[in-house]
Design a protein around this ligand. Structure first.
Ligand SMILES: C[S@@+](CC[C@H](N)C(=O)[O-])C[C@H]1O[C@@H](n2cnc3c(N)ncnc32)[C@H](O)[C@@H]1O
Length: 281
């Protein structure tokens, strides 16, 4: 299976992500942190911290006696994260598959916000996270559920990329991420030595006015930035711009039909995100 590439990020995508995620991943992450109930003085590891907005917020919750370390494999995102300066906040390039240097039993809390669906293999990171947690420590995660039907954007993407000339690049057509269902997640957590404190699916954190502000351009911007370039990045440069325009045109015509379609509006209110808290017994 062609994997998710960590080499398609650009400065523009990283900056775009930092702007766009404030209304999405950040708000979903705040919800997760409420469930994790961080206490002043706790030590926290944010795996896949992106541009660091949530880690900065977590640092404000644990206060000067606590600390937060954010790691992410994308250097351009870590560069932006490092501009968030606080005495109890550190960022470095790092990968969920390479946590060997993290001291055993060193963190009260580890979390992954909107990261789990980007990991092709889940057991090794889960075992490493368990090892990094102190006994009684908490692991929080949010992820897109596999039960979510393909969004219109992804349906149209598949349709466009199946056409000539894009279909000469089968890598580009591949499924981009690795979602699990709530049942699969529960099993993985239990198999890797966690006890489950909470596991729920919830609706999008975006409010009605954010949905109303949706445009094909904003949807494409979000998909490209939050997939760190994987959305169309496997196409050669000259075809990427063309595919983007093709997708945008189809989204425009869908939007015209959708505004009068109550079923389409209803689909945005279905639970699409898993939020979970597990503990190391
Ligand atoms: C949608 S972003 C979420 C970023 C951040 N957690 C937030 O809440 O804004 C997904 C992040 O997962 C990271 N990621 C992908 N593969 C990873 C891996 N193997 N280890 C750690 N992070 C990874 C990406 O680099 C990207 O920053």
């Amino acid at each position: 299976m062609p994997g998710v590439s960590l080499s398609l990020d650009t400065e523009d995508l990283a900056q775009r992500y930092d702007r766009i995620s404030a209304d999405r991943q950040f708000r979903g992450g705040q919800e997760m942190l409420r469930e994790l109930a961080l206490n002043p003085g706790e030590t926290v590891l944010d795996i896949g911290c992106g541009t660091g907005m949530l880690a900065e917020y977590a640092a404000s919750l644990v206060g000067p006696a606590g600390s937060v370390v954010g790691i992410d494999p994308l250097p351009l995102r870590i560069e932006i994260a490092k501009k968030r300066v606080a005495p109890n906040l550190t960022f470095k390039v790092g990968n969920a598959y390479d946590l060997g240097e993290v001291a055993a039993e060193s963190f009260d809390v580890v979390y992954m916000n909107a990261v789990f669906h980007w990991l092709p293999e889940k057991s090794a990171p889960l075992r490493a996270i368990r090892r990094a947690l102190k006994p009684g420590g908490r692991f929080g995660l949010t992820t897109v559920t596999a039960e979510r039907a393909g969004s219109w954007l992804h349906v149209i993407r598949q349709r466009v990329l199946a056409r000539d000339p894009y279909n000469k690049y089968p890598e580009a057509q591949a499924m981009q991420n690795y979602r699990v269902s709530p049942g699969e997640l529960e099993q993985m957590l239990l198999e890797n030595g966690f006890a489950i404190a909470k596991l729920e699916t919830r609706v999008s954190v975006r409010n009605a006015s954010a949905h109303a502000a949706w445009t094909p351009e904003s949807a494409l911007d979000f998909a490209e930035a939050s997939s760190f370039g994987n959305f169309l990045g496997h196409l050669p440069d000259e075809l990427r711009a063309q595919a983007r325009e093709d997708i945008k045109r189809e989204l425009e015509s869908l939007r015209a039909r959708r505004t009068s379609d109550p079923a389409a509006r209803e689909s945005t209110r279905r639970p699409s995100r898993i939020i979970a808290v597990a503990t190391r017994p």
